[in-house]
Write a protein that binds this ligand. Structure first.
Ligand SMILES: Nc1ncnc2c1ncn2[C@@H]1O[C@H](COP(=O)(O)OP(=O)(O)OP(=O)(O)O)[C@@H](O)[C@H]1O
Ligand code: SF4
Ligand SMILES: [Mg+2]
Length: 316
């Protein structure tokens, strides 16, 4: 029997209302739309997609740093999206987030010892003796840095501190939201190696978010492809042949970590629809070389092969 998944995401949806005001109706946008996904213990699941497709919103929903409009998230048997505050605080020990930008996520006023002690303060727990040195060692930093402040560190060292802080309460599950996007390529590789090593040593489970498909294919067991808030394909492994025209375009373009190119995928023409006014049919129809009339009126659901689902009427 296969063990039950560690994380179950069920029909998760989040809408945002923006721009309401005097004589102006607020506009509603779908940031995350009906996303379902299970993550097994020990698995590394990647999420890729263009800027604004809802990756960070999904990350925050999964950890319940943001409330969903509808849908549920379960951690083991416990439904995170239904827990009252005290139980949620207890459940929070089991999961943590690493952010893209170690510059803004670490408070410059605090020493590393204080930064690393903070999760214990939040949980109203005593800091075990030797914990700071052990956390620094776990991410390959010397104990002598404990009295340093974040601005005295390099970008790579700062992200190691971000990872150490996420590990402070010995979580089982980490959400990594573009943890290497602000780092040089050589430093990026060191951080990925560290994350891989920590997963093996500590038996961690990751949801790894990136706009760099190459990196995700290198690091992840399964790959979720998002387009305008919805999952359009789940690749069962890094080398699986893409079936959705969007995934194929991402791969053909070598969808790369160049922020200036993030919104444009080389082989695609046509407009990305506004998330405030999604078309009735497939959201990708305006850019899709395989689109037919049906694609412009009906919305394809994620389906087909359960191990390799795709949301497309005419997949490759
Ligand atoms: N608090 C908010 N209020 C209104 N709209 C929001 C809010 N947070 C996110 N959005 C919108 O939701 C959509 C998804 O944003 P999100 O940050 O999840 O995308 P992303 O895939 O992480 O993008 P990036 O690759 O740039 O980090 C965007 O259109 C964004 O403008
Ligand atoms: S459903 Fe149609 S428009 Fe959408 S990706 Fe498939 S072929 Fe393209
Ligand atoms: Mg983001």
């Amino acid at each position: 029997m296969t063990p039950p998944p560690l994380i179950r995401i069920e029909a998760l949806t989040r809408r945002f209302e923006t721009g309401g005001g005097f004589l102006k109706r607020p506009r509603t946008m779908m940031a995350v739309q009906d996303v379902s996904l299970s993550i097994a213990r020990g698995e590394v699941v990647g999420v890729v997609g263009e800027s604004g497709c809802g990756k960070s919103t999904l990350a925050r929903l999964v950890l319940r740093l943001l409330e969903p409009t509808s849908g549920r998230v379960l951690l083991g048997d416990s439904e995170l999206t239904a827990l009252p505050p005290a139980a949620l605080r207890a459940a929070r020990k089991r999961m943590a987030m690493v952010f893209q930008d170690p510059y803004s996520s670490l408070d410059p006023r605090y020493s590393l010892a204080e930064v690393l002690a903070e999760p214990f303060v939040v949980q109203r727990r005593a800091l075990p003796s030797g914990a700071v040195a052990a956390m620094l060692a776990a991410v390959g930093l010397p104990e002598t840095l404990a009295t340093s402040h974040p601005h005295q560190l390099s970008g790579g060292q700062r992200q190691r501190v971000g990872i150490a802080r996420a590990l402070a309460l010995e979580p089982e599950f980490l959400v990594l939201d573009e943890p290497t996007a602000s780092l040089d390529v050589s430093i990026q590789a060191q951080i990925i190696d560290l994350l891989a090593d920590l997963r093996d040593r500590l038996g961690l489970t990751y949801l790894f978010i990136s706009h760099d498909l190459g990196l995700v294919r290198y690091f992840c067991d399964r790959i979720v492809v998002m387009y305008l808030g919805a999952v359009v394909e789940v690749l069962p492994h890094a080398d699986a042949a893409p079936r959705h025209p969007y995934t194929r375009a991402l791969i053909d373009s070598g969808f790369a970590p160049d922020p200036a190119r993030r919104r444009t995928i080389a082989p695609l023409t046509g407009e990305i629809p506004s998330p405030f006014a999604l078309p009735p049919g497939c959201a990708f129809a305006g850019r899709c070389p395989r689109a037919t009339d049906r694609c412009r009126t009906d919305r394809p659901a994620l389906g087909g092969d359960a191990a390799h689902p795709v949301a497309c009427f005419h997949p490759h």
